[in-house]
Design a protein around this ligand. Structure first.
Ligand SMILES: C[S@@+](CC[C@H](N)C(=O)[O-])C[C@H]1O[C@@H](n2cnc3c(N)ncnc32)[C@H](O)[C@@H]1O
Length: 359
């Protein structure tokens, strides 16, 4: 937008030429539709010339855009862990526009984190009313315990979240949440295969932190992930031989038999509950003697299988992992309890497990 145009519209409005201001502001808003001040001035000029219905609609548009900007500020504060101040911004956004879906979505997150499940549910239900096509709200309603939990997180929910998170992922996870997944997986590979391995697959490779941690130990690495933004950061590292943008099960079904020496999965199974079909594919794709190393959040005896937690992440029972790996044909199973990262300042109790295909 030419900034002079808006100054000119302000001048016309100040001089009382509201009809001309309306014409100019309409043009400005056609090419700069997120200009909150232009919507405000447009509404005022419309009201001055008696077009009050259109003025109300213009005010509503201005409110919706201002609410989105306000929710964006709240989101940045939430990202930094400032729940108290971010809440103020989300509440202000909803006061401006009761249909501000991002504010309801993130307030739901805050209420859930603070243990107010009923309030969290109310926000997620409101998101569903406003945006029935989005899968995230229904998923979080299930995570809060209402209705059946899906077998894994919906792909578009994962994509939306990680496309948004990608830019801050490495710094936020490693510095703020003290995340150690890639190092834990790499450490196990180093101990169990000190001479290294050949072709390797990284499930849910994200920004490629695991590839970075194992690069001196492995042959060509294939990375699989749903999020194109995460994958573009992996590509920039220049470590991976191939990157596949797909769901893990579909991508693994397309891999040839016995084509990998190692499969790694750091902090991706928190987005999948049912793992038996994927484990069968991992066993088929591993060469005899191949190794599969993965991390899980520990369900700690709250279920015999897997559970979708209020956080929206899945936890797994050790017994379930042992059972499905044996059913898939793995001959060896070893596990240890680790701290994968922190959540709200508390350590997240996790499992580091390695499975082997018989030589
Ligand atoms: C917490 S990140 C971990 C990334 C990486 N493994 C690391 O340790 O830094 C989880 C990643 O799994 C991916 N993901 C989640 N569910 C997936 C699925 N069903 N298929 C493929 N990728 C998935 C996400 O897009 C995200 O990049």
């Amino acid at each position: 937008m030419n900034p002079d145009e808006f100054f000119q519209a302000q001048r016309l409005h100040r001089d009382g030429d509201f009809a001309a201001a309306v014409i100019l502001l309409k043009q400005i808003l056609e090419h700069t539709p997120k200009h909150v001040a232009a919507w405000r001035l447009y509404a005022s000029a419309l009201r001055e010339i008696g077009r009050s219905g259109e003025a109300d609609a213009a005010d509503k548009s201005g409110n919706a855009i201002e609410a989105d900007h306000t929710a964006d500020v709240g989101a940045s504060l939430l990202f930094l862990g400032d729940l108290k101040r971010s809440r103020v911004f989300f509440e202000r956004a909803i006061a401006l526009d009761a249909d501000c879906v991002s504010a309801h979505w993130l307030l739901g997150d805050i209420e859930g984190r603070e243990g107010f499940d009923d309030r969290a549910l109310a926000h997620y239900r409101r998101c569903l009313e406003i945006a029935p096509d989005r899968t995230g709200p229904a998923y979080m309603i299930a995570a809060m315990g209402e209705g059946a939990a899906p077998a894994q997180a919906p792909n578009d929910y994962v994509i939306d979240f990680f496309d948004w998170y990608a830019e801050h992922f490495d710094k936020h996870l490693t510095e703020n949440l003290l995340y150690t997944g890639p190092q834990q997986v790499a450490g196990t590979l180093r101990v169990l295969r000190p001479d290294g391995v050949g072709p390797t697959i990284d499930l849910g490779c994200g920004t490629g932190l695991a590839g970075l941690a194992v690069r001196d130990l492995v042959g060509p690495i294939i990375g699989i992930d749903l999020s194109s933004e995460m994958l573009s950061r992996t590509e920039a590292r220049g470590i991976y031989a191939q990157l596949i943008e797909d769901d893990l099960l579909a991508a693994m079904q397309a891999q040839p038999d016995a084509s990998a020496d190692a499969i790694l999965a750091a902090d991706v199974f928190v987005y999948m509950g049912e793992l038996a079909p994927l484990f069968r594919e991992c066993h088929r794709v591993l060469a005899p003697g191949g190794i599969f190393i993965a991390t899980f959040e520990d369900a700690q005896a709250t279920t015999a299988t897997w559970k979708l937690e209020h956080s929206g992440r899945y936890t797994h029972a050790l017994g379930y992992l042992e059972r499905i790996s044996a059913d898939a044909g793995f001959s060896k199973f070893e596990s240890s309890t680790i701290v994968l990262r922190e959540e709200y300042g508390e350590p997240v109790r996790s499992l580091l497990v390695n499975f082997e295909r018989a030589p």
